[in-house]
Every structure is written in C-alpha cells, then in structure tokens.
Design a protein around this ligand. Structure first.
Ligand code: NAD
Length: 301
C-alpha cells in the first residue's frame, strides 16, 4: 500500500502538449502554410457550453491556431444548422470544426453530427471515425479518452495485460475509452470491463481493477472501498456542486472521493487539473492532425 498516490498532472502535461503544437504551427507557417483553423458552432447560450467554447478559443490563441465561434440562436432551424455545417465542410480555410453539445431539443443531434465531413470531425463523433477507432485504424479520437491515453503514455503507466474497469458507457467518454484500452496498441492491450447503471457486482469489478476510470457524473461515487490498493484512478467526472463560499456559487466535483482514495491509489488524477486539461489538449492535437492532412509535407524538419 502507498502512503499517498502520485498525481497524474493533466495541467502540466497539457501545457507540454500545447508547447509541441505551438512548435508545429511555427514550422507550418515558416514553410508558407496558413496556421490551423478550428471553428466552433455554438447554438443558444447554455452557460457551461459558453465556458467550454471560450476555453477552446483561448487554447487556440495560445498555440497560434486561428479560431472562430459561430453563434446561432437557440431557435435556429435544423435546416439552417445543416446549411452552416455544409458550408464549413466545403471551406478549405477550415481544418476542423465542432458542434458544441448539447443542442436544443428540436434539433436532431445525430443528423447534425452525421452531416460533418469525417475529415473535419475533430471531436471524433462521426460514425466513420468511431468505426475506424473500433477497427484500430488511424482516425480522429474523441478528445477525453484520447487525452487519458496520452496522459497514461506520457506518465509511463503500463496498460498491457492490466484489468481496466471503466464506469460509464457514454459515446463520448466511457465506451470509446473501453474500446481504446482493449485495442492491440500502446497504450492498450488491457482486459476491459465496462460498467454502467445496470451493472451488478460493480463494487467487485472495481475492486479488482488495476486501472479504474470513473466517468459517470456522480460526485464522490468512487470511495476507498471501490479501489484496490495500488490502483491507478482516473477521474473524468465534472459536476457543478453548490458552494456558497465561492464567488461563482459552485465548485467542480469529480466522481472520485480524492481525499479518501489518494492514500491507497498509486496514481490519481485531481479535479480540476487532471482529465479536463488533457481533453482540451486532445482537441488541439486533432486539429493539428486535420491541418497536417491538408498540408502533408508540413513538420518534416
Ligand atoms: P453521461 O451522463 O452521458 O453517461 C454517464 C454514464 O454513467 C452512463 O453510461 C450511465 O450508465 C453511467 N452511470 C450513471 N450512474 C451510474 C451508477 N450509479 N453506476 C454505474 N454507472 C452509472 O455522461 P458523460 O458525458 O460520459 O460524462 C460523465 C462525467 O464526465 C460527467 O461528470 C461529465 O461532466 C464529465 N466529463 C468530463 C470531461 C472532461 O474533460 N473532464 C469530458 C466529458 C465529460
């Protein structure tokens, strides 16, 4: 048993990645190319979505990407949104774009995501990219699981032959995480158990995990009792919890009870400062990749 887990420092690793991406942009521009461009479509004015999009724009500015936010009214028609997506598909000055989710109820989310050109789908949500991911082919990977893989790799956490338990089966986090870690790849080659809201024996599964990924959105769900001593614990959860002592009126809470789990885990991600920054870095990496697909000779130095 450990005295205290080591911190998987997403903030520091993401800063390292941004530095690398900035170097790529400088090389591309020196070679006469335009910088990468990322566009975000924001429908309505959901507070959390506004925050996420602003953070993405800030990241772009930091690494030298061009970025743009296309703001549409919450009442925009599906037809109009499809028209905007098509115009971005056809615009050679745009490498990648995202449609910030969730969308208003009157818009068919799937229809919109399916209309994005897979070569510009830097969120990695299009079925072509999901299919390629499942087949182990090169593709845009969803930013959160890709960020977690990057974090494990850069920290030197071994996944091969390990038992990984993922809690949560969403299309953007849990399910792709389980697929990626079970692929014949590095990182990967793990034996993966995917738990969800209908799982029985969840506790026993978690207790046998060498690597536990909590992505269910229930603050503090993973306590000491769910964690095998020496396990690596990845906390994806971000839930706003009311906190009168904060100016904002809330604080961010993860799915893991950090104080209780850190003394028994070998590695653990904090919230904030763990998976969140790696997710943001994942989007930059995908946009860089989209730019490289357009300018394949860049980055040969
Ligand atoms: P989601 O609501 O789409 O899915 C939650 C999943 O958890 C479901 O598959 C459900 O079956 C499972 N679940 C719910 N209650 C459960 C229980 N009691 N036992 C077992 N499984 C249970 O959520 P999501 O979009 O995958 O996000 C999960 C969490 O991760 C949220 O807190 C979200 O805010 C956060 N998130 C963080 C980042 C990041 O960058 N750090 C990115 C995406 C999502």
């Amino acid at each position: 048993m450990n005295d205290q887990a080591q911190i998987l420092d997403g903030k520091a690793l993401a800063s390292e990645i941004r530095e690398e991406v900035r170097g790529y942009v400088e090389r591309a521009v020196r070679q006469g190319h335009r910088p990468p461009k990322l566009v975000a479509i924001l429908v309505g004015n959901d507070g959390a979505s506004e925050t996420y999009v602003a953070a993405k724009a800030q990241d772009c500015a930091e690494v030298g990407f061009d970025s743009e936010v296309i703001r549409l009214s919450a009442h925009v028609s599906e037809q109009e949104l499809l028209r905007v997506v098509r115009s971005l598909n056809e615009n050679p000055g745009v490498d990648g774009f995202i449609v910030q989710l969730p969308l208003p109820a009157h818009i068919d989310e799937q229809k919109i995501l399916f209309s994005i050109d897979p070569d510009k789908d830097v969120d990695g949500f299009h079925p072509v990219n999901v299919g390629k991911m499942c087949l182990g082919l090169s593709s845009f990977l969803p930013a959160t699981p890709a960020g977690i893989l990057e974090m494990l790799e850069r920290t030197g956490v071994e996944t091969e032959g390990k038992h990984v338990v993922v809690i949560g089966r969403s299309n953007i986090v849990g399910r792709p995480m389980s697929i990626l870690l079970s692929r014949n790849a590095r990182p990967g080659n793990a034996t993966v158990t995917l738990c969800h809201s209908r799982s029985v024996h969840l506790r026993a599964h978690c207790q046998s995990a060498d690597i536990l990924v909590a992505a269910l959105g229930r603050p503090g769900f993973v306590g000491r009792d769910l964690v095998k001593p020496g396990a690596v614990v990845i906390d994806v959860g971000i839930t706003r919890v009311a906190d009168a002592s904060r100016k904002s009126g809330f604080r961010l809470s993860g799915d893991v009870d950090f104080e209780a789990v850190a003394p028994v885990a070998s590695w653990i991600t904090p919230v904030p400062g763990g998976v969140g920054p790696m997710t943001r870095a994942g989007l930059l990496t995908n946009t860089r990749r989209a730019h490289q697909m357009r300018f394949p000779n860049t980055d040969l130095e």
